[in-house]
Design a protein around this ligand. Structure first.
Ligand code: ATP
Ligand code: MG
Length: 385
């Protein structure tokens, strides 16, 4: 009798070579997520198993697997060589002592002639005899004992089915550059896109000394939190003060944010290209603030060629906050450290900037030099959980 963890793989409708690619990625990501823990990862058809671990590590393994994209569900299980006495004892050992239950048998091993339903009834009767406070109810039950009799001569017995994250394994949809502020939205945007299989890089614009060391630490902590789901994230911290100064000096204050955002994406695109990313990701949500109107988004998009993914574009703030709480970024995001955007924020930013107007206003700046200087001043920080 051995304790193992059974992992069911999500989106299994993927076919052919694509499926193999998907599964290999997932296995690799599981390996990385469990790198601190001594265990063996075994692949099987549409599932995989974690074996040979210390019982005291089980909780940590499940906690980590719950954050790996591409996993549909997780079941701590007992593995035994197929033998009816053994199966009954194992089923008994994992069943609670009270409540309604049912036994479900899945018999892939067709050498066993008894029908699944008869085996289930036999196991059920055995358990009832030992634990008289239990009752069988096939339709409304408190727990279900599953017995999976596999072809290779082993059986798996389990009660719990823990939901995984779903999504696609990180790395099977390419790489993306996340604009990561210290706010609530952008970590959620990163989570959403990583869930679709994108490996993340992140860029943070930092206005030292107007924003403090604490604000930078907060962004590093957010990237680390996100890396629990997305795997290792390389964070680029870009010095942004000079650009903000120049805009403030030379352009009408109401255009400051519109122009600042154009600089942000230009710099992000350069870093994205250098690192083989195919898209930029932001936490924008339509109409949330002045810089997130259609006209503002158009003004920002027009300076770069790379696609910009905005997974939160149709989300309400309340919906975003819910996800942030769920994934554990919310408490970090609300720490009260200033962001570069808030330092120079004008009272009345232009809400619907006309593209030609923005271009004209911006033309007094040496855009290329400012962008190159910022890119050259980048600090690189590798973040992992
Ligand atoms: P967030 O909660 O993500 O900070 P927000 O509601 O504050 O978003 P904005 O300040 O308009 O909205 O920022 C929109 C998006 O621009 C952010 O979601 C993020 O992707 C990016 N962004 C804003 N400020 C920064 C920054 N200092 N560094 C990197 N990206 C930023
Ligand atoms: Mg913000």
């Amino acid at each position: 009798m051995e304790n193992i963890i059974l992992i069911r793989i999500g989106e299994i409708f993927l076919k052919g070579s694509n499926k193999r690619f998907f599964e290999n990625r997932l296995l690799n990501n599981i390996k990385k997520s469990l790198y601190r823990i001594k265990c063996k990862i075994v692949k099987a058809h549409n599932r995989c198993f974690i074996e040979n671990f210390q019982p005291s590590d089980q909780e940590e393994i499940v906690y980590r697997l719950k954050k790996v994209f591409g996993i549909h569900s997780i079941s701590p299980a007992i593995k035994i060589p197929t033998d009816f006495e053994g199966i009954k004892q194992a089923a008994l050992s994992i069943s609670p002592t009270q409540g309604f239950f049912r036994v479900t048998v899945n018999r892939a091993d067709k050498r066993i002639v008894k029908r699944s339903m008869d085996i289930a009834a036999e196991i059920g009767a055995f358990i009832l005899k030992q634990k008289p406070n239990l009752k069988v109810n096939l339709f409304e039950y408190d727990f279900e004992i599953n017995v999976d009799i596999r072809e290779e001569g082993f059986s798996y017995i389990f009660c719990e089915k823990i939901a995984g994250q779903g999504g696609l394994p990180v790395g099977c949809s390419g790489k993306g550059m996340l604009l990561l502020s210290g706010g609530i939205d952008s970590p959620v945007a990163g989570y959403k896109i990583a869930k679709r299989g994108v490996e993340l890089f992140a860029v943070h614009f930092y206005s030292y000394p107007y924003t403090s060391e604490n604000a930078k630490e907060k962004v590093i902590d957010l990237a680390k939190k996100l890396s629990e789901y997305a795997g290792e994230i390389t964070l680029f911290v870009v010095p942004f003060t000079e650009i903000q100064y120049q805009i403030k000096e030379k352009c009408p204050i109401s255009y400051l944010i519109a122009i600042m955002r154009r600089f942000m994406v230009r710099i992000a695109e350069k870093l994205a290209e250098k690192n083989g990313c195919g898209a930029i990701i932001t936490g924008e949500s339509l109409g949330q603030v002045a810089s997130q109107t259609m006209e503002s988004i158009n003004s920002t998009n027009s300076v770069i060629k790379m696609p910009v993914f905005r997974p939160l574009i149709g989300y309400d703030k309340i919906e975003i906050i819910d996800i942030a709480k769920n994934i554990g970024t919310y408490d970090l995001s609300i720490l009260p450290f200033e962001d570069c955007c808030t330092v120079f924020t004008p009272q009345d930013p232009v809400i619907r900037p006309k593209l030609e107007e923005v271009q004209k206003i911006e033309s007094v700046l040496d855009v290329n030099k400012l962008v190159d200087d910022a890119v050259n001043g980048v600090e690189t920080i590798v973040c992992r959980s």
